[in-house]
Design a protein around this ligand. Structure first.
Ligand code: ISL
Ligand code: CA
Length: 534
């Protein structure tokens, strides 16, 4: 491999700044707080931080509604703090990846304010219609077309009505985005995570959203205007992407993005054709099928991202792990994902086994999507228990509670009551407790990252799903005459199984066992191991 991009061998860590570390005692996480925790992240071994938005924002959608791309939200700190974060992180070998939210702005962005006032130039930065051309729905519920009094017409917002969609067909608007990206690149960042980037080619009047006809033209323009001749990583969030369309974004010869976040596995506990709130139990065979398809269907030169969690998803341990076996199932999930081909992303707190945060009253709902859902369900006369069950299972607040650093009153996150309650289980589940136990989930994550650095097979090996009983998830990686076998008993039941393969060395396991034979295995709940074969 002549020039291997750095991000193919890297492990990323996502920080949700509001909930990571408060440094100035106001109960809100901030940038200086992140700086103070760099030694911890270095100990974990990660190479890059994806920083959720820290820009100026009215916080209707926790920073995903930006009113100024060039300034930092005061509660997070200053531009100088961000520059310090970039520099200090670099000294630990960690790159900072900024969140690029350019499908929409806040309705308080000067562009939208100017547009409202009747400034022609900025009016065309957004998408207007005299009458709603259709019944297009916002992803947060309700219509995607809202009437604007000042303009006496409707504008498009695929998210909240305070997040008007930008008109990517306007070349001046695109130029302003390129310029803004260069501003951040000049600060020394490592790249961008591109929020809902599959939507920018939309044709709302035809109800075309993801993967619209001009999407790839825009991404190629971005590449030529901004990214060419840099070593920046770009990860596009693309809810609509399939293994068939992913290469359009990521095949290197197309000069678009480095990777995409795909969501097909995240839909496996939803009833097909329904919203994310229509709950369904995960089927392990389906999970094997979907993840394996992504492992094998992409062309050799297109690269996957790997994730179980982010700030929009429930905690993976509560979701597909087993709270009766938190350590065993948490390690199983970690091993399964980190041994796949692609670049892993860890969401803050995943590495210490943080879980969902159960809510019992509407007052505790913070997220706009959950709030809208709650109100619409109430209006429809749905029983409260049903609504809470859905929110507690799938709501975005689950993953947004403060990071659990220690067992003190506010979990070491803050010295005052945090903006959103800390999970009471921080008394048991926290960073300090993890670091004090060599057998903890943290050290499994640390070891998985170290394995990736040590063994090229983890990065480059090809992937082959093995035909095993439904709840055994087993696959091989092959690289230059070497083969590893990964086996997970994705179940709380003991499972008997025999492989004919012969192990030579145990690489990692979650029961502190070594495997000298794979014949007549009596797998314990969630037992997972990786062996090198002879
Ligand atoms: O959160 C979701 C499901 O619960 C998704 O539909 C989510 O809205 C979608 O993945 C887009 O997410 C991104 O853009 C949104 C923002 O609210 C999310 O936090 C962000 O990750 C709008 O900017
Ligand atoms: Ca603070």
């Amino acid at each position: 491999k002549e020039t291997i991009p750095w991000w193919q061998s890297a492990v990323f860590y996502q920080i949700y700044p509001k909930s990571f570390q408060d440094s100035n005692h106001d109960g809100i996480g901030d940038i200086s707080g992140i700086v103070s925790r760099l030694p911890y992240l270095h100990q974990l071994g990660i190479d890059a931080i994806w920083l959720s938005p820290v820009y100026s924002s009215p916080n209707v959608d926790n920073g995903y509604d930006i009113d100024n791309y060039y300034t930092i939200l005061a509660e997070f700190g200053t531009m100088a703090d961000v520059e310090q974060l970039i520099t200090k992180a670099k000294s630990f070998g960690i790159r900072i990846i900024m969140d690029l939210v350019v499908n929409h702005t806040s309705d308080q962005h000067s562009w939208f304010l100017e547009a409202e006032k009747g400034n022609k130039k900025y009016q065309d930065y957004y998408i207007w219609q005299k009458e709603p051309p259709n019944t297009l729905q916002s992803f947060f519920g309700g219509t995607a077309w809202t009437f604007n009094e000042k303009q006496n017409r409707y504008y498009l917002h695929l998210f909240s009505k305070h997040q008007p969609d930008l008109n990517w067909e306007n070349p001046n608007m695109r130029k302003e985005i390129w310029e803004m990206m260069r501003f951040w690149i000049d600060k020394g960042i490592g790249g961008f995570r591109l929020d809902v980037i599959d939507l920018i080619g939309k044709q709302p009047e035809k109800e075309v959203l993801g993967n619209g006809p001009n999407l790839h033209t825009y991404l190629q323009e971005m590449y030529h205007e901004v990214l060419k001749e840099t070593d920046l990583v770009t990860i596009g969030e693309a809810g609509s992407v399939t293994p068939e369309t992913a290469p359009l974004y990521t095949a290197p010869e197309r000069n678009e993005l480095s990777m995409v976040f795909q969501f097909q596995h995240m839909a496996l506990d939803e009833q097909t054709g329904h919203s994310k709130w229509a709950l369904k139990k995960l089927s392990v065979p389906e999970l094997k099928k979907v993840l394996s398809k992504w492992q094998t269907a992409l062309p050799e030169n297109a690269w996957n991202s790997l994730f179980w969690s982010n700030h929009d998803q429930p905690r993976i341990l509560s979701r597909w792990g087993d709270l009766n076996y938190p350590l065993e199932s948490g390690k199983m999930l970690a091993i399964l994902l980190h041994l796949m081909r692609g670049t892993p992303f860890i969401y803050q707190g995943e590495e210490i086994g943080m879980t969902n945060f159960p809510i019992h009253s509407a007052k505790q709902i913070q997220d706009i999507e959950s709030l809208n859902f709650y109100h619409s369900q109430q209006e429809a006369g749905i029983a409260k228990e049903k609504i809470f069950e859905a929110i507690n299972t799938k709501g975005r607040d689950n993953a947004r509670t403060p990071m659990q650093w220690d067992d003190s009153l506010f979990g070491g996150f803050s010295t005052v009551s945090p903006w959103y309650p800390i999970n009471p289980n921080h008394e048991q589940i926290n960073v300090e407790a993890n670091l004090n136990h060599p057998n903890s989930l943290f050290f499994t994550y640390q070891k998985l990252i170290a394995l990736r650095k040590k063994y090229p097979i983890v990065i480059w090996g090809n992937y082959e799903l093995l035909d095993t009983p439904p709840t055994i998830f087993a696959y091989k990686r092959n690289y230059e005459h070497e083969t590893w076998l990964v086996c997970a008993n994705f179940s709380d039941q003991k499972t008997f199984y025999s492989f004919s393969e012969k192990p030579e060395m145990t690489i990692i396991s979650n029961y502190d066992a070594t495997y000298s034979t794979l014949d007549q295995l009596n797998l314990r709940p969630y037992e997972t191991f990786v062996v090198k074969l002879t």
